[in-house]
Design a protein around this ligand. Structure first.
Ligand code: DAH
Length: 340
């Protein structure tokens, strides 16, 4: 028994020392100390040991178990230390960490940046900010804006209607009406906001986009004021070499109406006219619609005239930044947004 024990202990210590990793070490532990391991098997021989030898042999068994356990623990510590060192190899823990989320500073969305610039320029010319609801009545969106019932924009194919007959505004021109309902001339406002159309979504169309509306009503407002205001605004944005063309057009709510085209070397497309805005002199029918809603003659077309304009901020941002597809503005792609 004594000899068997010392051989077993020597074998165990040798196997532990040879274990190259924690798995091998565990195999050794099970082999010698496990429930059906060699030491356990040897302990079973205690019953055949003569009575007077039992205390001594029992102590030898315990000493062997203790020695093997200690060797296992020591070897395990060495192996774990090696594993940790391997994991940390090449890691400089004194370097600054990587911020969670994304590395780098965020910035304002390109449309927001353009919106801020636009508002700042119009503020310098005395325009105040106005707004109105995205969910509108047909009256504010069409009737009050001199748009007849058979106008194509009023079609369910072109506009999002709610079951109660209201709709998602198809343009921010609704804010002209909202503003004139509650204040009297002189009025000089801009109204940025969302507009909605049932367009097929493609490189130049979204179902929701951003418009900037403008309205100036006072005594003696003329087409010259309209031209001067818009040319000043677009020169601030595009630079002084920008050339403009006010091309006659039709809008139900203005008469006369124009589309504004721009040509500028700043866009690298110097020989091409780009359409950037709609505008015109407020149609007297619009003033009369507001008057009848208000029940007064605050907007007497014999006394007041006004101009209005509207343009798409998304389209403007596309032109200015050379963005080929309007969908870049809404798909939250960091590679695109990080450029602004
Ligand atoms: N509401 C027009 C549109 O969405 C843009 C527009 C044209 C606005 C002429 C105006 C205007 O105020 O006078 O296409």
């Amino acid at each position: 028994m004594d000899a068997q024990l010392s051989t077993l202990q020597a074998d165990a210590l040798a196997a532990i020392a040879a274990a190259a990793d924690e798995t091998a070490l565990d195999v050794a532990r099970v082999k010698f100390l496990g429930q059906s391991g060699l030491l356990t098997a040897l302990s079973k021989g205690m019953k055949d040991v003569p009575k007077e030898d039992k205390p001594r042999v029992g102590k030898l068994l315990n000493d062997a178990r203790a020695a093997i356990t200690a060797a296992l623990d020591a070897r395990k510590a060495v192996l774990q230390g090696a594993t940790d060192a391997a994991a940390f190899a090449g890691v400089d823990v004194t370097l600054p960490g990587t911020p969670a989320g994304f590395a780098g500073r965020g910035s304002l969305h390109p449309i927001t940046q353009l919106l801020d610039r636009t508002i700042a320029i119009f503020r310098r010319m005395g325009f105040a900010l106005a707004d109105g609801p995205d969910i509108e009545t047909e009256w504010h969106c069409f009737d009050a804006l001199n748009t007849p019932a058979d106008h194509p924009a009023r079609n369910e194919q072109d506009t999002f209607y709610l079951p109660d007959g209201r709709l998602l505004r198809t343009h921010t021109s609704t804010v002209q009406i909202r503003t004139m309902e509650k204040s009297s001339p002189p009025i000089r406002i801009i109204a940025p906001g969302a507009a909605y159309r049932r367009d097929e979504i493609d490189a130049t169309h979204l179902a929701q986009f951003t418009q900037m509306e403008g309205l100036y009503v006072a005594e003696g407002v003329s087409v010259a004021d309209l031209k001067g205001t818009l040319e000043f605004f677009f020169r601030e944005l595009f630079g002084n070499d920008a050339k403009f063309r006010f091309r006659p057009h039709f809008f139900p709510f203005t008469e006369p109406s124009y589309e504004v085209d721009i040509k500028t070397s700043a866009l690298g497309a110097a020989d091409r006219w780009l359409e950037i805005a709609g505008c015109g002199m407020v149609d007297p029918n619009v003033f009369e619609a507001v008057n009848s809603k208000r029940g007064d003659r605050a907007f007497d077309p014999e006394k007041y005239t006004g101009f209005a304009f509207g343009f798409g901020l998304d389209r403007l941002a596309m032109i200015m930044s050379g963005t080929p597809d309007i969908r870049y503005f809404t798909n939250s792609d960091q590679r695109f947004l990080a450029q602004f």
